[in-house]
Ligand binder design. Structure first.
Ligand SMILES: [Zn+2]
Length: 54
């Protein structure tokens, strides 16, 4: 199970069995977290997203 969360508020931006690239998840939401409205950035250091694989 792959989960991509917003690092600012923990909102689950993507959850599923298929791994998705951070870029694809960002595009899905139009570049902003729908909950806290933080801009989601692609750069690894300030990515605003966390990818967890369990
Ligand atoms: Zn957020």
């Amino acid at each position: 199970m792959y989960v991509v969360r917003c690092l600012s508020c923990g909102f689950v931006l993507y959850q599923g069995a298929e791994p998705k690239t951070v870029e694809a998840v960002i595009k899905m939401w139009g570049g902003y977290c729908p909950k806290c409205l933080s801009p989601l950035e692609k750069r690894p250091v300030k990515i605003g997203l966390k990818l967890l694989a369990k």
